[in-house]
Ligand binder design. Structure first.
Ligand code: AMP
Length: 285
């Protein structure tokens, strides 16, 4: 596996790969776990070559967020990716991504608003900006993202459609199902921040979400199910619930009741100083 940290060698390395077959991009912020590796494995099934990026993107962290303490482990990540047969690792530093004088921001309306967009102002501008740059830098044939970050996936799909990135969009941007621990907790680099006791309590998040979905499917009003879910999380030791909402799975319109289109339950909650997010489909299958 080749690792490059500057744009010129990246372009040369990608050009050689593309001459030989389709290239898939898996963007990450490192601290890799089985969730990231599921994206890499899916990428390898769909393209001849896999490029992974590792970049802890300062523009998607708010002033009071965990940029400084976000886990960084490039050597361990490099070994994991090499073992997966990844061809190229793009690991720029902040100066390579945002050189002096950098002044452009990509803002996606609609799907960026509410949910994590409300709790983390500017977060999705940072995500859209860096993913737009990564698409232009690598020019992949397809790119893979986790359903774990459902709103992020919706923002990226919207941006790709609106800016004509990665054509055809429907086939080129692939969502990969969330990888979970045995107790249901979604894998996340931020789980490393949890104490053993918090880690145990955190399993209440997927458990209570599954309970809320079962209640709605057997006729409970969404509003009552969200109130019960919030109470269950607080009882289990979560400090606060940023949001617990049912939305249209595609355009993220808030739903007061289930309709014919796929719906998604999305939750963000804080345990100690750590903010966890998760989402699940309302419909079976
Ligand atoms: P991150 O490094 O947190 O920015 O995540 C990089 C990519 O991995 C994003 O597309 C995430 O949605 C995806 N991802 C993170 N955790 C998981 C998980 N547990 N299962 C599947 N994909 C994940």
């Amino acid at each position: 596996m080749q690792t490059v940290t500057q744009l010129d060698p990246l372009r040369r390395a990608v050009a050689m790969l593309k001459a030989d077959g389709p290239v898939a991009l898996v963007p990450t912020m490192g601290a890799l776990h089985e969730g990231h590796l599921a994206l890499v494995r899916e990428a390898a099934k769909r393209a001849a070559h896999v490029v992974v990026s590792i970049f802890v993107n300062p523009r998607q962290f708010g002033a009071n967020e965990d940029l400084g303490k976000y886990p960084r482990q490039l050597a361990a990540d490099t070994a994991l990716l090499a073992a997966e047969g990844v061809h190229l690792l793009w690991a720029p530093d902040a100066a390579a991504m945002y050189p002096p004088g950098y002044a452009t921001n990509v803002v996606v309306g609609g799907v960026s608003q509410g949910l994590c967009g409300a709790a983390r102002p500017g977060h999705f501008d940072g995500v859209a900006t860096v993913v737009c740059k990564l698409f232009n830098q690598v020019a992949p044939d397809l790119a893979l993202f986790g359903e774990k970050d459902w709103q992020q996936l919706a923002v990226i799909r919207r941006m790709a459609r609106d800016l004509d990135l990665l054509l055809p969009h429907a086939d080129a941007i692939i969502g990969v199902p969330t990888v979970r621990e045995a107790d249901g907790l979604a894998l996340s680099s931020r789980n490393a921040f949890l104490t053993p006791e918090q880690r145990q309590s955190a399993a209440a998040l997927p458990r209570s979400m599954a309970g809320a979905i079962a209640a709605i499917r057997s006729g409970a009003p969404i509003r009552a199910a969200m109130a019960a879910l919030t109470a269950a999380l607080e009882d289990a030791g979560f400090a606060s619930v940023d949001f617990a909402e049912v939305r249209d799975a595609g355009d993220l319109t808030p739903l007061a009741e289930l309709g014919p289109d796929p719906a998604r339950l999305l939750v963000a909650a804080r345990i100690g100083g750590t903010r966890l997010i998760d989402n699940m489909p309302l419909q079976a299958g």
